[in-house]
Design a protein around this ligand. Sequence first.
Ligand code: ASP
Length: 334
Amino acid sequence: MNSSHTSLPRIAVLATGGTIAGEAGDASKTSGYKAGVLGVDKLLGAVPSLSQVARIHAEQVASIDSKDMTPALWATLCTRVNALLAQDDIDGIVITHGTDTLEETAYLLHLTVKSEKPVVLTAAMRPATALSADGPLNLLNAVTVAASRASWKQGVLVAFNNQIHCARDVTKTSTYAVDAFRSPEGGALGWVQDGQVEFQRAVVRPHTLRSPFQISADLPVVEIVTSYAGASRAAIDAFVAAGVKGLVIAGTGNGSLHSALQQAVAEAVRQGVAVVRSSRVGAGHVMRNGAAPDDALGSITADALNPYKARVLLMLALAAGTASADLQSVFDTY
Ligand code: ASP
């Protein structure tokens, strides 16, 4: 789709699938549909007013349910984003994605995209065929954010339900509500409505051009283990035996571990596995040597990253060859 307004910013819309491209046989259905079936032209065609906001270049990068996202597809997507942003005739990128793993992809790109230009992810909670589908307005708002000069140098953003979130902070918090995305610690960065974009706070942690991490299709294997009442060490032992390079523990409370896990963590670290303590709580940071003795265990704390984002950072840090003595500072920085 191209507009005649040649002075408008040129935004690349990269589609990957998700519910925003989902189709159900019945308009009253908001579950039990098939995600990722409609092509990018259909998504754009549902929003004619996009041509007032930007000149659109569209690409279909994938057509998946984002529950099936892979590091290989991350690499394809990130490589394409970096290539497009290096072009003088592209001013920003919008990525349409499923909501399930959107926060993981967003944080990965936040650390591996090498550009100051805007990169904005968006999605939908209701399929495109639903009554009150939320995808078209989310797409219009995401393109509006990507086309705004205010969005430069902000890292990777998520535009959803009129809010603008930082990729590092945002997380999915509802299985069904259209305001599913929140940034539990700092709140949204700003808002977008009726063509206006406003940022109300700045991103502090380094990202994009100030992040040393590079995308790779061959990320080291890092798995996640949860602590809970009656947890056993069986999962940790199985992952270590399978040869993982890293483990993220989704601990209780302030990243506390069942004593059975604590013992297994100490042994895993001795065998050269990097272990990061995060929390399953959904908000707040994990204090080093707080609810578990990290110095004695050899574990790293995840700061405010949830387990899924801590896994992304650990994979990138291990891929970069970060020494175990430097891993805590990586988590304290990014
Ligand atoms: N399962 C879908 C996906 O993540 C959910 C959604 O997009 O809302 O692709």
